[in-house]
Design a protein around this ligand. Structure first.
Ligand SMILES: Cc1cc2nc3c(=O)[nH]c(=O)nc-3n(C[C@H](O)[C@H](O)[C@H](O)COP(=O)(O)O)c2cc1C
Length: 192
């Protein structure tokens, strides 16, 4: 079974999706491509058709999937693949990410692909930065558990019942960290 992970964040590097992709790939050792804001006009069908199983990892944008990824998916000519998804979102609650999983499921229904389930994770707005902080390792507890479960399903080629979870941190602390980081960015922009 050949497995491909598709990082669908528009960002070229340091995306939150990338953190999740790397965590998953520690278990499944798959090939990885990015469909990002620079390369999304490229037709990825030939590359993707070399694989049996696809995992789309992307952020939730406006309760949907980012437009560059949507355009790329719309133009693909692929069929008969197993498809899993990991949707990360900025709101603290993971249930927002269900919209993204549903869009991938519908895409599969309409394109003769086999949707096998996915993971929606809330509170990922600062995941990339927070993951680099050793003191914040505890935020990963839920993510690590469900990523491992997902990897087991992928390796066994089994269905994975959608899981909606969040980073392991109370919402008020997450909001506080978010506010601090936005203020820092604003200060940089205004040269304070
Ligand atoms: C244009 C835009 C729209 C977004 N819309 C949502 C949204 O509807 N719901 C949500 O929870 N997060 C939303 N977010 C936050 C992203 O999902 C979040 O920052 C995510 O972690 C980014 O992932 P990435 O680094 O992999 O691109 C939005 C972010 C941007 C830039």
């Amino acid at each position: 079974m050949k497995v491909l992970i598709i990082n669908g964040s528009p960002k070229i590097e340091n995306s939150n999706s990338e953190v999740l992709v790397n965590k998953l790939n520690n278990y499944i050792n798959a090939d990885i491509i990015q469909i990002n804001r620079k390369n999304y006009k490229q037709d990825f069908s030939d590359i993707i058709n070399n694989y049996d199983t696809l995992i789309f990892a992307f952020p939730l944008y406006v309760d949907g999937i980012p437009s560059h990824l949507l355009e790329s998916l719309t133009n693909l000519t692929i069929e008969n693949k197993n498809v899993y998804a990991i949707v990360n979102c900025g709101f603290p609650e993971g249930n927002h990410a269900k919209q993204g999983l549903d869009i991938i499921r519908n895409y599969c229904i309409h394109n003769n692909l086999n949707y096998k389930g996915g993971l929606g994770i809330g509170g990922c707005g600062g995941l990339n930065g927070m993951s680099k902080n050793r003191l914040l390792k505890f935020i990963n507890v839920n993510i690590n558990k469900y990523i491992k479960d997902l990897s087991n399903s992928i390796l066994a080629n089994e269905e994975f019942n959608n899981v909606l979870t969040k980073i392991n941190i109370p919402n008020y602390i997450y909001r506080h960290i978010g506010n601090m980081s936005w203020k820092k960015d604003l200060d940089k922009l205004t040269h304070k």
